[in-house]
Design a protein around this ligand. Structure first.
Ligand SMILES: [Zn+2]
Length: 157
């Protein structure tokens, strides 16, 4: 959709309160996802370091047992425990299920006889905005978001 089509869409499909920018003559819908057709002038945005984004990076998969869980069944684990000097950053925080998390406790993975599925790193997402969408909103945008590389949008479990 180009800008003109978007204006027409806004006029013919009145937006919910929270999704509109209002001017005296019209209410323009706020797009939930903007697909950029040219990247060269877009400043690089930092991905917010948050619980949600770590779950997203790890695709809701426990990094120890490799199983997929619902968010409420997951914890964040410091690979190197805090009291051993482990930092709270992309490289030291992984998604762990409650069971693996308590089994590992305050130890290094090797001390607990556990292995990480992969080395944690800061994600290289381009479509940062997608991380703020709820699963229902993701569903609505699915066909637009399928264009991103596989494995980066973990909502299809
Ligand atoms: Zn686990």
């Amino acid at each position: 959709m180009n800008a003109e089509e978007w204006v027409n869409f806004s006029l013919t499909t009145p937006p919910p309160q929270s999704e509109a920018v209002r001017s005296p003559c019209m209410a323009l819908r706020i797009p939930r996802v903007l697909l950029l057709s040219a990247y060269d002038r877009v400043p690089r945005r930092e991905i917010r370091f948050s619980r949600r984004n770590i779950y997203l990076r790890d695709a809701n998969t426990c990094q120890y047992c490799g199983r997929v869980f619902r968010e409420e069944e997951l914890n964040l684990d410091h690979v190197v425990p805090r009291d051993m000097g482990g930092k709270t950053n992309w490289e030291n925080i992984v998604t762990a299920c409650v069971r693996c998390n308590s089994r590992k406790a305050n130890r290094l993975p090797e001390q607990a006889g556990m292995t990480l599925r992969r080395v944690p790193a800061k994600p290289k997402w381009r479509l940062v905005v997608a991380s703020s969408l709820s699963p229902a909103e993701m569903e609505a945008w699915k066909e637009f978001l399928e264009v991103t590389p596989a494995g980066q949008l973990p909502w299809r479990h």
